[in-house]
Design a protein around this ligand. Sequence first.
Ligand code: FES
Ligand code: FE2
Length: 499
Amino acid sequence: MFLKNAWYVAAWSSEIQPKLQQILVLSEKICIYRDAENQVIALEDACPHRKLPLSMGRMKNGGIECGYHGLTFNAQGQCIWAPGEGSIPSKAKVHAYPVHEKYDLVWVWMGDPTQADPKNIIDIPNFDNPEWGVNQGAAMDLHCNYLLMCDNLLDPTHVAWVHQSSFAQPATKDVPLNVTHTDTGYIVHRWMMDAEPAPFYKKVVEFQGNCDRLQHYEVRFPAHALIRAVFTPAGTGGVDGTLHEKTFVMDSYNFMTPITETETRYYWFQLRNIRPEDEAISKLMTEDVQHAFEEDRLILNAVQIGQDEKKVPNIDLAIDSGQLRFRRDLAAMIAKEAALSKQSNDQPDNQTDNQQTVHWHKSVNDMKSSVSLSKTAACKAPSMLSNLECITNPAMWARAEEQGGSEAKNPRPSSGQSVVFSGSGITVTWEESNTSLLELAEQNGLKPDQSCRRGICNSCKQVLVEGEVEYFRKVLRQPAENEVLLCCSRPVGRVVIDL
Ligand code: FES
Ligand SMILES: [Fe+2]
């Protein structure tokens, strides 16, 4: 079970090159690559024709040409060329995953693209702070469910048993834990007072003698962890402590990407508040952390096998409180998301003839206010049709973008906008599942005067009487007043089209 409406780490930025490669995230195969502008593109890795992975095809003008029969897809997943077909088959498209690069990582949004907002990627305040040093290693592959690693990172006690040569000290065995619920997840935390620093930290702290130590184990939904370690000279720590100028802080960021239900890719790095330029300490910390994480991997892989083999229920301990609450809340979020998704998928099937009739009658009333406008707008159509340019191949497409394509203000409007076809007296509701306004028109028995299906011929102009439309992520050019590029457009709000 996975939460889909969330950002996950797809790869380190350095792992994505200008070549097609397949990755697996939440059991979905994704074809990922960089285009000529260095943008990362992520498309569903299965050609809709015979399901050959697109990653076995070729990069072409920023898109992909399938390696079997040449269907060519642009970066938005739309088929823009179907060799020998005459026109583009209406279902020739693949899902385009929103991606965003931040913190040297490529983040991918696995759910509804209309909800993807890069602002919701975890905030890492000191990532670019020159006073903080960083160490990182390669991603690790764990042969276990991602929630086992989430459990591990809400469990400060395990260091006493698993990391005896690095993170453990006697107090880690039995000082009680506190659990705090936040808006984004859970924190399990405790202060351990007046103790000898654990071996890993003893090598790097800049004070002598005993310490007060904070273990802050925080996991945020869906599976991102901040493990903060604070070491301060004894007597300066604790909840009300003043801390000391030599206080050592290490923020360890951990991102678990579910590959399948039993495989997890684990990305991590640490930020420290000392000696930012010291490469020797970065190397030392990376090696020690890698060693400790190998200890975790050994345990978690074996726990997965143990749980697969033994089907009797686990017993739970008091120390598991944070993990159990995190799992409970995440399961509820996943269930809610699945229910909402099912509801919206069911809607078109549930529509009855009566409901369609209501739409029709409603449209007659709407017509009364738009007839005069449509007549005015229709007069402008002939002059627009006179200067069309046929854009039938990717090179022409690219040129059209150069000549005026611009980012739409509202790239993915949500469903529910009214679309009034004023020349026919039909009002319908646009849903995300409608591929374009053109198809919405055709589904309602209208015959737009054009043959292109995906905005690649640019010859399907219809008159926009009212409202605003956009072309997926880009518009070919800004529409002239009262003009819409119908086949490739979506309504931003209520629109009236003279058709
Ligand atoms: S399988 Fe891709 S074009 Fe036929
Ligand atoms: Fe660990």
